[in-house]
Design a protein around this ligand. Structure first.
Ligand code: NAD
Length: 448
């Protein structure tokens, strides 16, 4: 059992702090955002993450998990300090280290005895050394001892608890054997594979992993776009490719492209990391370009079917970047909706969870009607765009949808529906990398 302080109580800090508490450690999660900590101290969870409330409650009641804005005290009481603040993308695409640097300074100023400082945030190679230098510079006593470790996080929003409790691996980058063993020990209860390496390699593993997964997505999306032109079906192509155990089925679902708080920023950051050492990372640049174009393909398809969208009402289903999260950071909807508005459409936007976050991001746009009612969103719309494969969207009653839409047009950025079913129901249905369904005129109507 260790005393752990987690600085930054967002998606990563809250979930990983809770998991460390659940396996018996005494964890304090802290944040500069008072409203977040107040909510947590009132027993509420500031983010949507399935199952999290119950595990937080359990650990709070066992007094293994607490929340505070008193970061100096939390630092002084800890044996291990996790940094889990955001590293968002700057305007030029690099990782913004402002928050990491601020935390490193606070840790330095408040260090009172030996501690292991662990970087869980996704940070460019060299940040471990940067944190080391900042902490050292601000120590009240230059002789105080500490180690900096890199232990990147791999959880996915929507399944974060499970990803954390049953992690595939723990990557530990350290310069000191003692610090590496303390962090390895912390991971024993998770029964996971542990790779100990140097700090730089650990930092690179995180970026290389995310860029590789993003590459798989852009690759299959490029294949999908070619499939459309040659009459192949990308879902079958991906299925066939995935049967090769060297390739596997994961991350081969063609669609509207990747979004979220990680892949877009981490691919950009990796291009910058490479360029800083005079390396032109062409593959990842293309991955980003394909992805940016891919999100607009649903708008192009809509145009193809509907013509000018000016004055038309478009139902947009799904604002979160993927199902089971309220996170809209770099979500396709944030590019698609403004484009529809610019073209003169009225947008009816549906999401079961992410509506408030989307409203904040899209506050500058008028002509958007928000709803958490799926069928009301569809009612009297001229066409429907599927951007997030929420379960209730995938399982919606298509016959009812037919009746509610003014025109039976569905442009599906997530390949949710069966082509034969859509043909049978008479939809004009365009998805990604699959043959389009051009509607069906019932035989009876053709009889003079
Ligand atoms: P987030 O924005 O949800 O949370 C970051 C938190 O840090 C916020 O609550 C913010 O108020 C707090 N913070 C900022 N400055 C602070 C300071 N000086 N002191 C204390 N708290 C401070 O971010 P996140 O999604 O949890 O991501 C955190 C890091 O983990 C990022 O580097 C991200 O790339 C990485 N990561 C994220 C995910 C994910 O799915 N979200 C997965 C793996 C890795």
């Amino acid at each position: 059992m260790r005393k752990i302080t987690v600085i930054g109580t967002g998606y990563v800090g809250l979930v990983s702090g809770t998991c460390f508490a659940d396996v018996g450690n005494e964890v304090t999660c802290c944040d500069i955002d008072h409203s977040k900590i107040d909510l947590l101290n009132q027993g509420q969870i500031p983010i949507y993450e399935p199952g999290l409330q119950e595990v937080v409650d359990r650990n709070v009641s066992k007094q293994r998990l607490s929340f505070t804005t008193d970061i100096p005290s939390a630092i002084q009481e800890a044996e291990v300090i996790y940094i889990a603040v955001g590293t968002p993308m700057t305007d030029t695409g690099e990782a913004d280290l402002t928050y990491v640097e601020a935390v490193a300074k606070t840790i330095g100023e408040n260090l009172n005895n030996y501690k292991v400082i662990v970087n869980k945030s996704t940070v460019p190679v060299g940040t471990g050394k940067l944190v080391q230098d900042i902490v050292q510079k601000h120590l009240p006593d230059a002789n105080l001892d500490f180690d900096v470790v890199s232990n990147p996080e791999f959880l996915r929003e929507g399944s974060a608890l499970d990803d954390c409790m049953n992690m595939d691996r723990a990557i530990i980058g350290a310069t000191s054997e003692k610090a590496a063993q303390i962090i390895a020990e912390l991971h024993k209860p998770f029964n996971t594979r542990i790779l100990i390496t140097n700090v730089e390699s650990a930092e690179m593993i995180k970026y290389a992993s995310n860029a590789f997964l993003a590459t798989k997505i852009s690759f299959i999306n490029d294949i999908a776009n070619i499939c459309e032109r040659v009459g192949a079906d990308v879902t079958k192509v991906a299925e066939g490719m995935g049967l090769d155990s060297r390739i596997g089925h994961k991350f081969l679902q063609a669609g509207i492209g990747f979004g979220g708080s990680c892949f877009p920023k981490d691919t950009q950051a990796l291009v910058h990391i490479a360029s800083d050492v005079n390396y032109d990372f062409k593959i990842v640049k293309s991955v980003i370009e394909t992805n940016n174009e891919q999100r607009m393909r649903v708008v192009e398809k809509l145009h193809h079917v509907l013509g000018d969208v000016r004055g038309k009402t478009i139902a947009v289903l799904g604002l979160a970047f993927k199902p089971n999260t309220d996170d809209v950071r770099y979500a396709p909807a944030l590019d698609v909706i403004p484009e529809l508005i610019r073209k003169g459409a009225v947008v009816k936007a549906y999401d079961p969870i992410a509506l408030n976050n989307a409203k904040t991001e899209l506050k500058d746009y008028r002509n958007i009607v928000y709803s958490t009612d799926l069928y009301e969103t569809l009612r009297d719309s001229d066409a429907c765009l599927v951007l997030t494969d929420w379960a209730d969207v995938v399982e919606m009653d298509l016959e009812k949808v037919q009746q509610l839409l003014r025109l039976p047009i569905i442009i599906d950025g997530r390949n949710c529906f069966d082509l034969d079913e859509m043909k049978r129901l008479g939809f004009i249905y365009h998805s990604i990398g699959r043959p389009s369904v051009e509607g069906y005129v019932p035989v009876a109507q053709n009889v003079p």
